[in-house]
Design a protein around this ligand. Structure first.
Ligand code: GLU
Ligand code: ZN
Length: 307
């Protein structure tokens, strides 16, 4: 498909079933929902159950139930990453036939000893696949990209040029590979998610280019934090109260800078969502990401869990 041809808006929300939805995930769900609905677009839902050890039993169903209770109804069939493993492997195989992947047995310790970035150590060793991760030969590094909210995002050179892992040593497919194949196959035109995923977007653009698939637009929303800590399932942020969707929705709209009227506080979700859809303004969203983009090569660099 021609990259410049206008495509009808298709957005998505892609939660991992590692716990129930909390306020931070509601912000991402609501922001992506309103971006799609305010442009008469589709809003798809994908459960990112790619990592069984991190999955909490019952979390996927609880997420679906919560979205329903909040009136955030999705379009089309629900996608589970666990049902897409064949598609991931097929792409991996085709890249491997082209010599674009290789096996690597470097440990975390070796990588931190070489400055925190993988330096291509195993690229020409032709290691067998036992006990090895699969890396991609990175010949399409992306050093910057445009984000609808954050403007130009620069990617540290060492990060952009790293031969990153697409299949982990434990055999699980890497987040970046799965998310791009899923979004490309679903024809997603814009990715709206939390700013904790700003940096991986560079690698994801590299993958779109390798697939010759149109690159979506990007919009990374500010992260809700509590006393300086990002709200996340790992931090045990409280689950949303499905009995009171109106209050959390109002607060999420307020967090996104949309200035919901005070008298709508605690209104029903459909009333709040109709107001929000009509009044949604991207320009009102606060730009701050609430995270610091770490500098290249410095010992302060802390690799986000998904990179
Ligand atoms: N599954 C990821 C998460 O819950 C989000 C992935 C994405 O939106 O690209 O953090
Ligand atoms: Zn290696």
């Amino acid at each position: 498909m021609n990259n410049s041809a206008p495509r009808p808006y298709i957005g998505r929300f892609a939660p991992s079933p590692s716990g129930p939805l909390h306020f931070g995930s509601l912000v991402a769900a609501l922001g992506s929902y309103l971006q799609a609905r305010s442009q008469q677009g589709l809003w798809l839902l994908r459960i990112e159950d790619l990592d069984p050890p991190r999955e909490v039993p019952g979390a996927a169903d609880a997420i679906l139930h919560t979205l329903d209770a909040f009136g955030l109804h999705w379009d089309g069939p629900l996608v589970y990453q666990s049902q897409r493993l064949g598609a991931y492997q097929a792409v991996l195989d085709s890249w491997s036939r082209l010599g674009l992947t290789y096996h690597c047995r470097c440990t975390r310790k070796m990588i931190s000893a070489s400055g925190g970035f993988y330096n291509g150590h195993c690229r020409n060793l032709a290691l067998p696949d036992q006990e090895a991760a699969t890396r991609l030969v990175m010949n399409r590094p992306v050093y910057h990209f445009h984000d609808q909210l954050q403007g130009t995002v620069r990617i540290p050179r060492a990060l952009a040029e790293e031969d990153f892992i697409i299949r982990r040593r434990d055999g699980l497919y890497a987040y970046n590979l799965a998310v791009v194949l899923d979004d490309a196959d679903a024809g997603i035109t814009e990715v709206v998610r939390g700013a904790d995923l700003l940096e991986p977007s560079g690698r994801q653009i590299s993958l779109y280019q390798m697939l010759k698939a149109p690159v979506p637009r990007w919009l990374h929303l500010p992260l809700a934090s509590h006393s300086g800590h990002k709200l996340s399932k790992q931090n045990h942020a409280p689950a949303l109260d499905i009995q009171q969707p109106g209050q959390a929705l109002w607060q999420a709209l307020d967090f996104l800078g949309q200035q919901p009227p005070a008298d709508l506080f605690g209104a029903g979700s459909s009333e709040l969502l109709s107001w929000a859809q009509l009044n949604w303004r991207l320009s009102l969203i606060p730009k701050k990401t609430n995270i610091e983009l770490r500098c290249v090569g410095s010992s302060h660099f802390q690799r986000p869990a998904l990179l």
